[in-house]
Write a protein that binds this ligand. Structure first.
Ligand SMILES: [Zn+2]
Length: 220
């Protein structure tokens, strides 16, 4: 009911941009901020690690960074917004990447963090994403058993690895040849690599692909 009411309010009143506070029409982020997002080129949108290849839509910097921080800080409606960006981005990826029968899952947050925030932003993004593309959404296959520090608060790669080490566990057997895992940002890759490691421990032949809204490095 509240959700319907809030949609109704959105329709009659203009939004103000979550980043700059200027009027943004029916969108949560205004055109000016959106035009300032740095979208990755084809070559710089892909990053390969030992167990996982990750596609990222934008550069985690400037206004896009502010937007993602807002999503984590309570602006729940941005989950739908960023999910739409991911859907559009996904459609630009090569067909041989997209045409697999993926089981799609979010990088899970720890239940304590979900309690504080009131929602898990990656779960929301993944749920909208799978709905739009009619893919199989799998929540609760992998859970976060350890509450980690925010990765972007840690600077060193070893610190990040240590923080995320053994953070995940398989809650239910994963019966899929191909898994697509979605996260909001890719920084050092430690989180997605640890996730892939956890899946591969139990299911060594699973093909795992990652998809994130943004990535931190300017790799190309
Ligand atoms: Zn704005």
């Amino acid at each position: 009911m509240l959700e319907i009411f809030s949609r109704f309010i959105d329709l009659i009143f203009e939004n103000s941009c979550v980043i700059c506070n200027e009027s943004s029409g029916q969108n949560p982020i205004c055109k000016f901020c959106e035009n300032n997002f740095i979208i990755r080129s084809k070559a710089s949108s892909i990053k390969s690690f030992e167990k996982i290849t990750v596609y990222s839509w934008g550069l985690y910097d400037g206004r896009l960074r502010d937007g993602i921080i807002s999503l984590k800080a309570g602006k729940k409606k941005l989950a739908n917004y960023f999910s739409e960006k991911l859907v559009t981005f996904w459609k630009t990826l090569p067909e041989e990447i997209r045409n697999r029968n993926y089981l799609v899952m979010p990088i899970p947050s720890h239940k304590q963090r979900i309690k504080e925030r009131g929602y898990c932003q990656t779960t929301l993004i993944t749920s909208y994403f799978t709905e739009a593309l009619e893919l199989s959404f799998a929540n609760n296959f992998v859970s976060r058993k350890k509450q980690t520090q925010f990765m972007n608060s840690l600077s060193g790669i070893n610190e990040r690895r240590e923080n995320i080490n053994n953070a995940f566990e398989i809650a239910n057997p994963v019966n899929a040849k191909d898994i697509l895992v979605i996260d909001d940002i890719l920084t050092s890759g430690s989180t997605l690599c640890e996730f892939a490691r956890t899946i591969h421990k139990a299911h060594p032949h699973t093909n795992i692909l990652g998809l994130t809204v943004a990535a931190g490095d300017r790799y190309n």
